[in-house]
Design a protein around this ligand. Structure first.
Ligand code: AMP
Length: 182
């Protein structure tokens, strides 16, 4: 790989779009980071370094942007990848968890056969905002018997409090960069 991009360089590759998907939201768009070869490989290298320290046996990533970073981190570590899916996508009997959104509820599902008892699993996603998605993922994996201790994100929006909620659930939570004011 060419020299690894710094966190400041990676942060400059994230595009901010005001009022998407609705008024008042500052959308942090990682597509500009992943379309840059040095950006993608460097973000994955930074995440893989953090993941390696926890010696996970499996990486779990949330649909859809968590698949991009999670699968790459798993490949870098030589461990498997577990997709955390939206409802109705998996072709096998699943276990799932329902969780609250601002309006209504959503559901995440996994193939329970992908987890063996006390397997050490690290969660990877592009961004943590309120933490609702990540906390539901932790609950789902723990229900399946996993030992979940670590969660990694490219971006943290600390004003929305998700990372502190995850830490309260005994998850070592780290992000490559943060954006204030959301
Ligand atoms: P949350 O459950 O509130 O932590 O939201 C996490 C998910 O929503 C992440 O997987 C992000 O992909 C997406 N998301 C939430 N807020 C933003 C934002 N401001 N910019 C980009 N993506 C966001």
């Amino acid at each position: 790989m060419t020299d690894k991009a710094t966190i400041a360089e990676l942060q400059a590759m994230v595009r901010t779009l005001p009022d998407f998907p609705k008024p008042g939201i500052q959308f942090r768009d990682i597509t500009t980071l992943i379309s840059n070869g040095r950006g993608l490989s460097s973000a994955v290298a930074h995440l893989a370094e953090l993941a390696r320290a926890d010696e996970p046996q499996l990486i779990a990533g949330m649909e859809a942007r968590g698949f991009i970073f999670g699968a790459a981190v798993a490949a870098a570590l030589g461990v498997g990848f577990l997709p955390i899916r939206k409802p109705g996508k998996l072709p096998v009997p699943t276990i799932g968890v329902d969780y609250a959104l601002e309006y209504g509820t959503d559901r995440l599902e996994i193939d329970p056969d992908a987890i063996s008892a006390n397997m050490r699993v690290t969660i990877v996603d592009d961004l943590i905002a309120t933490g609702g998605t990540a906390l539901a993922t932790v609950q789902l994996l723990r229900n399946a018997g996993a030992d979940v201790r670590q969660a990694l994100f490219v971006i943290d929006l600390p004003d929305l409090g998700g990372a502190s909620k995850l830490r309260d659930a005994d998850i070592a939570t780290q992000s490559l960069m943060h954006f204030n004011g959301d």
